[in-house]
Design a protein around this ligand. Structure first.
Ligand SMILES: C[S@@+](CC[C@H](N)C(=O)[O-])C[C@H]1O[C@@H](n2cnc3c(N)ncnc32)[C@H](O)[C@@H]1O
Length: 236
C-alpha cells in the first residue's frame, strides 16, 4: 500500500539524534563525506554518489515517508555510498568528527515566509557556525534557491561568518558547479526560472560570537517577482 508523502513537516517535531556515525560500519570505509541538508527525495545525493564512488554521501530530511521511499529505492538499486536519515539538520550536523565532511549543500530550502515560521528555515547563523566548525580548511558550503530574498538571506548569513569566504563572486546568478541536479532544480530549470546560487569556503577556524542578523521577508505577496512558492507554505 502506498503511503502519502506529506507536503511539509515541522523540523522541530523530528527528534532523531543520529550522532557521530561509525563510517566503517555504515559505509565499510572512511572516505570523505558530503552532507545535503533538506535533501527531499535524494535525487542529488544519489546522483552524486553514483558519479563519485570514492566519496560517501548523506542526506538529512524531515519527511519520514519520503525518506523511507528513498531508502527503499537505494536498497534496491544503490548507490551504496549514500544514505538518507530521517533527521533534522538542526540537531544532526555533527555526523562525523571535524575535518571529515568536505561539503555541505543546502538546496531550495523552504522559504517559511510567515514571520512565526522563520525560525524553521534550514540555514541560520547557528547552523552556519556548526558547519564552519565541522568543515576542514578549504571545505565548501553550497547553497541555492529560486526565492531571491531567501538566497540573499543565506548569502548574508554565510558572509557574516568570519570563518568563511565567498568564492563564487558577487552575482548570485551563476551556473551550477555540479553535473547533478536536485528535484527542485530540475523543475525550475525546466521552467526557465532564475536560480540564485553561492559557494563559500572555509578559510579559518570560527571564533567569537555567532553573528546575529535579521531574517529577511520572503513573503511572495510583498516580493511579487518571487511568487512561485506561495502555495507551498504550510498552514498553522
Ligand atoms: C523545497 S524542498 C527541497 C528538496 C531538495 N533539496 C530539492 O532541491 O529538491 C525542502 C526540503 O527540506 C526539508 N527540510 C526542511 N527543514 C529541514 C530540516 N531542519 N532538516 C532536514 N530537512 C528539512 C523539507 O522537508 C523539504 O523536503
Amino acid at each position: 500500500m502506498s503511503r502519502r508523502v506529506r507536503k511539509h513537516a515541522n523540523p522541530f517535531t523530528v527528534t532523531t539524534r543520529v550522532g557521530v556515525i561509525d563510517r566503517l560500519v555504515t559505509f565499510g570505509r572512511e572516505a570523505p563525506l558530503e552532507v545535503d541538508l533538506g535533501c527531499g527525495g535524494g535525487a542529488f545525493v544519489f546522483e552524486r554518489a553514483r558519479n563519485h564512488p570514492d566519496r560517501d554521501f548523506i542526506g538529512l530530511e524531515v519527511r519520514k515517508v519520503m525518506v523511507e521511499q528513498s531508502m527503499a529505492r537505494r536498497d534496491r538499486d544503490g548507490p551504496k555510498n549514500a544514505l538518507i536519515y530521517y533527521a533534522s539538520s538542526n540537531d544532526n550536523l555533527a555526523l562525523a568528527p571535524p575535518g571529515v565532511i568536505e561539503r555541505f549543500t543546502i538546496q531550495f530550502p523552504d522559504p517559511c515566509f510567515k514571520k512565526r515560521h522563520q525560525k524553521r528555515r534550514i540555514l541560520q547563523p547557528k547552523i552556519v557556525r556548526g558547519m564552519a566548525e565541522l568543515l576542514p580548511i578549504g571545505g565548501q558550503i553550497y547553497a541555492q534557491s529560486d526565492v531571491k530574498p531567501l538566497a540573499e538571506e543565506m548569502f548574508d548569513f554565510l558572509n557574516a561568518e568570519g570563518a568563511l569566504r565567498c568564492t563564487s563572486g558577487e552575482s548570485l546568478l551563476i551556473p551550477s558547479p555540479f553535473l547533478e541536479r536536485t528535484e527542485w532544480e530540475r523543475h525550475h530549470e525546466a521552467n526557465g526560472e532564475p536560480i540564485y546560487r553561492m559557494i563559500f569556503e572555509k578559510v579559518q577556524e570560527p571564533r567569537g560570537p555567532i553573528p546575529e542578523l535579521p531574517f529577511r521577508d520572503t513573503n511572495p505577496l510583498r516580493n511579487p517577482s518571487d511568487g512561485a512558492r506561495v502555495a507551498d507554505e504550510p498552514e498553522g
